[in-house]
Every structure is written in structure tokens, then in C-alpha cells.
Design a protein around this ligand. Sequence first.
Ligand SMILES: Cc1cc2nc3c(=O)[nH]c(=O)nc-3n(C[C@H](O)[C@H](O)[C@H](O)COP(=O)(O)OP(=O)(O)OC[C@H]3O[C@@H](n4cnc5c(N)ncnc54)[C@H](O)[C@@H]3O)c2cc1C
Length: 416
Amino acid sequence: MRYSVLSLLLNGLTGQRGWRPAWREPNPKPAYDVIIVGGGGHGLATAYYLARQHGIRNVAVIEKGYIGSGNAGRNTTIIRSNYLLPGNEPFYEWSMKLWEGLEQELNYNAMVSQRGVLNLYHSDAQRDAYARRGNAMRLHGVDSELLDAEGVRAMYPFLDFANARFPIRGGLLQRRGGTARHDAVVWGYARAADALGVDILQNCEVTGFLSEGDAITGVETTRGPVRAKKVGLAVAGSTSRVAGKAGLRLPIESHVLQAFVSEGLKPLIDGVVTFGAGHFYISQSDKGGLVFGGDIDGYNSYAQRGNLPVIEDVCEGGMALMPRLGRVRLLRHWGGIMDMSMDGSPIIDRTPRPGLYLNAGWCYGGFKATPASGWCFAHLLARDEAHETARAMRLDRFRTGHLIDEKGVGAQPNLH
Ligand SMILES: Cc1cc2nc3c(=O)[nH]c(=O)nc-3n(C[C@H](O)[C@H](O)[C@H](O)COP(=O)(O)OP(=O)(O)OC[C@H]3O[C@@H](n4cnc5c(N)ncnc54)[C@H](O)[C@@H]3O)c2cc1C
């Protein structure tokens, strides 16, 4: 069923009885062409593009809980393509282009809002680094603007420009960046994939793999074995655990990242602002809550909740940037499990096990990548070759030394 103004009106006049469930609840078939493990944004987008772009519809997405119960439903919803390195920038810009047409493509309101992402700088050296990044973006045909302090003041006059330790000197602005409603992205892809014949199997955990020799030929699940010609992993924070069941040890650590939402306020911040002297970023949801976050908790964990020291650290960052935040009450906070790769960039590649494919290493930044990640992973699964924008995202780069280290900090997940 297509959503439209007419269908809204008709259902409004007939007691809302005409709506159908947005996706089916099928039982697992004995075998599929492709199984995607993980019903987050990436897994569902992959299934959708497999069906839509490559005509491969005999596909199952297997999710241990309910779809969107992982990081897809826990993130702070920021989308942007303001990267420096050639291994990243074309990929994230491709994602941004897909975001720009996503709602029409899926016939679903994902609340994509290009309200601008502003990265603040606080020193001359940081300004130079941002100028370099802005120029790299422009060389890739991506919009970027370097603002001075007055340019920032015109947008956000209430920031603490004269802070004694971290004065605001300006910012790098990507106007096409912004936010999208994370749950709606999951639901939109699920509904569109289901309509093309993809089976979405919820409450079905993958507990192991079926194999013949080295080759992976399916999965063991809590609802029985399911065979497949190809199996793709898109389990984000659970990557090490699930890949471990196939005997793989990956250059990925799992860490907790927390997010915070304040009580609802009148409109205050109409874009996304990030602090450059610490790790803090903030935007305002359409319901009025300030949505913000900061660093990972800094220890390996599979718990979807964080600890108090990082809450203190995030609040200190917020206060240094925006002192009026001290009057706001925190409404809720939660954690998600991040798949931190050793260079801060993702992996979309085959694995050493024939038939097993990997989509992982998204660190803090995988929500914005959802459309391109699905597109490129589907391309790899369908054609057995990397999509042109994801060629650098190889698994063997950690062995060959072709890292995509945006921040140049090496194998330290807490610094990416
Ligand atoms: C607090 C927080 C803030 C963030 N903010 C941003 C942001 O502002 N912008 C941005 O770009 N990114 C952000 N991210 C990162 C982003 O959310 C993730 O990188 C991205 O969602 C990961 O891809 P996914 O959506 O497919 O993962 P997930 O939604 O985590 O999907 C993986 C799924 O796999 C399932 N699974 C795991 N093990 C199994 C198994 N054995 N069998 C079956 N299913 C299994 C899980 O239940 C889960 O649903 C943030 C993350 C967090 C936690």
C-alpha cells in the first residue's frame, strides 16, 4: 500500500481501519539466496538494495530482537559527508545523495532534515586543519564553508565565544548535513524491502554457521538452521562475537557510546553544532528535546548502558560551549555498542571464509552511512566486487597498511 495524502484522508474518514501492517512476520524458509544477519539500518538497507537494484529477492534479514533495537534506534541521528580522506569522502557523499532522495524512494517520511552541521574551531591550528578538510570536500564536489567567529555568532549568538580556555574562532559548515529520524529510516527500509519479497525474521538469533569445508553455507538460528548461498554480517556492535562463531578474529573492539536527551524546550538550535575542544555535539529534536553526546566510555563492553564519568565529561563539554545548558534538565540517556575499528573507518568486504561477507567497523558514524552502506554491501554481495565508492574499505588493509585513518591517531578506538 502506498502512503499518500489521499490514503491519509480516506483512512481518517473511515476510522483508520484501512492500514495494513508495514511488513509481514514470515516463518524462516529452509534456504535463501542471501541471508543478512542484523536487522539494523545497514542490514535492512542491504536487503532493500539487493532486491531493488540487483533483482535478488529471495533474501532474509535475521534479527535477534526487533528491528532497530540496536544502534539504529539509539543514535543521535546526525548525517553529514564532511570527511577529509579519499577513502571516505566519496562514500559518505554518495550516502548523502541517497539521503536526499530517500523519502521519495521509500515512500516513507524519514524526516530527513538538512539543517546544517557546524564543526567549531578554537585555535589557529584547528582552523587550518578545518580549512584543509573543507578544501578536500570541495575537491570532491561537496559543499563546505569556513566561517569566522562573526559568521558563527550570526547563527548561534548564545554560544560562549569568549570562553577563557576555548574561545570560539569559527567553524566549518556543511549546510547539506543535518539529521534524520532514525527509527523511521529502519521502518522505511523494512517496509520497502518486505514489499519486494524480503523476509524479515525478528526474534531469531544467529547462534552459529553452517559450513562445507571452509565455505559458509548458512546459519544456525534459535528457529532452526537456514541455508544460503551467501551470508552477510551487519551486526555492528556484535560483530566480534558473531564473526567469532565463524572462527574469525577481526580488528574491531566493542565499546559503549552514550546519548542524552533533555526535557522539551522551545526552538533553540536549528542545526547540529559540535564543540572542537572536546567531544560534544548537540542538536534539537522536532519534539523540542536537546539531543547530545560525546566520547565513548573507554572500556570494552557489550552492555547497552554507560557510566557516570562520561556523563560528567559530556556535561562539562556542553557547559564550556553553551553555559545556558546548566539550567536544562536531563530527561533520559542510554548506551549503544559501537564496533570500533582500529583506524576509525568501516569495512565492507569479503572475509577469508568463502560465502561470508562483512559490513562492520562503523564506530560512532554509521547512521549517516546507512543508505550507502546498504547500497555498497548489496553491490558486493550481488556481484562479488566492491562498489567504486567502497573500494578502500577492505578487511586486509590492517595487514597491508592501507589504513583510512581520518584523524591520524592509529589503533586507539577512544581517539577516533
Ligand atoms: C549513542 C549513539 C550515538 C550515535 N550517533 C550517531 C550519529 O549521530 N550519526 C551517525 O552517523 N552515527 C551515529 N551512531 C552510530 C550508528 O548508530 C551505528 O554506526 C549504526 O547504527 C550501525 O549500523 P546498524 O544500524 O546496522 O546497527 P544496529 O542497529 O546495531 O544493527 C545490528 C543488529 O544486529 C543484531 N544482532 C546482533 N547479533 C545478532 C545475532 N547473533 N543474530 C541476529 N541479529 C543480531 C542486533 O540486535 C542489531 O539490531 C551512534 C551510535 C550510538 C550508540
